[in-house]
Design a protein around this ligand. Structure first.
Ligand SMILES: [Zn+2]
Length: 375
């Protein structure tokens, strides 16, 4: 220790230090402890929040990680968060939290499942316990955005150091099939960790689905609602019925003559048709759809530049948002908004979101009301 101190220039503070014996007898430890005048430590001890000297294959020693997860969850006023807010939190905090622990030890399968369960409940219901309806398969939510998911990424990839290295070899294969060498990517100046992570998720995990277009001119919650609508995973009466919840009637709250499905609410109900008609005449384009999926890409069929099409897509997303909100008002609060009210809400919301989200755009309200434009 003296040599170490002389070479490194560091001095050991015996008051703050503990000495542990590993693989030697107690009398030998006592001898060194007495000679150095240092206190003797005993296992178990906690180092940087983790118990040392225990078998980390045993689930109960992972309890500090579970506790930390739950503590974070209770801190947030999750009831006040939108699904977009919860998605951000799960993405930025809950997905990153176990990384430190996973970098030290291989997590047992059960622990990873438990942490995934906590993430799932928080995302769908904003709580860490009790039951909740998972409207979309969790694997779809973990799937990268470029493959139609929400891009949360699986904890399994992080939780298994062995698995991770196996994945790296898979990524190497995936890249070489596309004419790229992992080694050259790693040594390149523009190397981005997120790209390699995407390769992991793409090659190891998950559930590739159809490509889904995200529009960053509208809030995340609006994109998530549109994503759920495109998969018919919003709680319409027909979907609730399929999940064993029996409403008094399956008929649409607006027209009271057709079964309430997502296609009916957003495209076929007379009220929705009237709203789309007003939006079409305002935007000077013909927006007409048989299915929700038609609404996702309809803006590509209109003549105009990239930004104008993106604006039309944002207006369509705002309309989907407002129609669903009006449906909830009619069903839960018995308040029937008129097509004109919904249209005016869409017009204001779309402007508010686009001006706030799209930097350097200055749009005048009067010209916006006359004909929407982002030039
Ligand atoms: Zn209807």
């Amino acid at each position: 220790m003296r040599c170490y101190g002389l070479i490194s220039g560091l001095k050991i503070n015996v008051q703050k230090s503990l000495l542990f014996g590993i693989g030697i007898t107690h009398p030998e430890v006592d001898l060194v402890v007495n000679r150095m005048g240092i206190n003797q430590g005993t296992f178990l001890l906690t180092y940087l929040g983790f118990p040392l000297g225990v078998n980390m294959n045993i689930c109960r020693y992972w309890q500090p990680v579970i506790d930390k997860f739950q503590k974070r969850l209770t801190k947030w006023k999750s009831k006040c968060l939108s699904i977009g807010g919860r998605l951000t939190l799960v993405q930025s905090v809950l997905s990153r939290l176990p990384l430190y622990f996973f970098s030290l030890f291989k997590a047992p399968e059960k622990i990873i499942e438990q942490l995934e369960r906590l993430r799932r409940r928080f995302f769908w219901a904003g709580k860490s316990d009790g039951s909740c309806i998972s409207w979309v398969a969790w694997a779809d939510i973990l799937t990268p955005k470029s493959l139609g998911g929400l891009g949360l990424g699986s904890l399994k990839v992080n939780g298994k150091p062995g698995g991770l290295w196996k994945s790296i070899t898979k990524v190497k294969d995936v890249l070489s099939k596309r004419g790229m060498e992992l080694q050259s990517i790693l040594s390149a100046n523009e190397f981005v960790v997120a790209d390699v992570r995407l390769k992991f998720d793409t090659s190891t995990v998950l559930n590739p689905h159809h490509n889904f277009l995200w529009n960053n001119w509208v809030p995340k919650k609006v994109n998530v609602r549109n994503w759920r609508a495109s998969r018919d995973r919003l709680p319409t009466l027909t979907q609730l019925y399929k999940r064993g919840i029996t409403p008094c009637s399956l008929l649409c709250s607006w027209c009271n003559s057709n079964k309430e499905t997502i296609d009916h609410i957003l495209t076929a109900c007379p009220l929705a048709l009237e709203v789309w008609e007003q939006i079409s005449s305002w935007c000077k384009v013909q927006i007409f759809a048989f299915h929700v999926s038609d609404l996702q890409n309809i803006h590509f069929s209109f003549a105009g530049d990239k930004n104008w099409r993106k604006m039309i897509n944002a207006i369509i997303l705002a309309t989907i948002w407002s129609l669903w909100k009006a449906r909830n008002d009619a069903f839960y609060r018995k308040f029937n908004a008129s097509p004109k009210m919904i249209f005016e809400e869409v017009r204001s919301l779309a402007l508010l979101w686009i001006v706030n989200k799209a930097n350097q755009l200055k749009i005048d309200w009067d010209s916006w009301c006359n004909k929407p434009s982002v030039t």
